[in-house]
Ligand binder design. Sequence first.
Ligand code: SF4
Length: 409
Amino acid sequence: MSRLTEIDKPPKPALKSVGPHQFRRIGKFVLACDDSGRFAFLSQAEYLGYLKGLKRGTALRDKLAIAGLMSDSFDFDEAARFAAEKSLLSWPGPSTHLLKLGAAGRAMSLATAKRAVDFAFSAPARDVGLELIPERLESEWGLVWFIVQYARRQGEWRKKAVSLTVRVEAALPARMKEFLDGHRVDLRAVVEIAGPPSVAVPGARRVLARVNAPAEAASGWIDALSEAGVESILLEPSGSAKDFLAFYAAALDRMLQLQGRRDMREERGLGFLSGRRWLLPGHDVLSELCYAPDGSIYSGELAASLDEEARDLLKLGELGSRRFDDLAKGPAVRAVLAASLSENQPMCSQCVYRPFCAVAPSENLRSQGTLWGRHPSSERCALHMALLDILFSRLARTESAEALRQWLS
Ligand code: SF4
């Protein structure tokens, strides 16, 4: 079984000129993409002509040479630079450190909170992102108060930029909002997109949206959230995948229409288009680490929420007994990184989206019981492929391509 597309009766490629690439049919286009993520859209007739061999001096040949798809005019230096920028050699460390302030009624201690902040600052990234996830904000407010001020001090001492976020599900009391605004702390609202549009958390610039709504509801939701100042949204399915994809496409189109007036970006789409796996939301170790109230370090938020046996596989150690540099010595981190490299996955290695996509190992473990995953039958792979089809079909249209490229600027 494969989700990869085919071309009817393709000619034998002219190996002297056709560069190594993967292809995919998207609507009336063929997307051709090299190993490092340089790509071009062609009509089916153009693609067949490309495979047969193009004469020198044609516009199509020049376009494909610029995209790095002609082997006889291949710019190795440019290809190497492009590949290095996007490879794990350029990984700056996890960008988000998630602190679960409480779980099952048990709150993190102040000493553990301090260790978590210290650990986050020991990571190599120049920018430290901390996201605080309260279970019961009112009773854990003292922890938020301490972490915000301690992290700001650490940022000054260690000369690192710090971004602080608190995840919330409802509007905050004025005293909390005032404190967070005064310390430049962003709010990330958790929103259930199921009924008519509403803005439950005024002042939130980021939203984590769980979507169980039809496509017709998308424009209204995007309008309401962007008018309320939301700049960044992560859309996650919580109902049927088919409805979610229709909602995602309509929401994306509305965001692209609003671009330049009220900019809003979808975080997973942005991660895909960047071609940098460490910008994919929720990717174990590469984009995040998660600290539980008892001081356990997990490969990510999903890992910390799995059942005990699965959780133990993705536990990387304890705060206070490990330094960031020690993590790579543990088998869990090595297994996670090996499973994250889509070049190692049989189906991904033939997929045109391989330079842009990776399924988080914790997601594989949750849905298929294996860190490695079985992508031909993986629902997450199917979702990624459909989302990438939506994104690339917009990149193929002149009117939406520029707006999407601005996401990356
Ligand atoms: S996981 Fe991503 S790269 Fe791999 S086959 Fe699926 S869509 Fe393609």
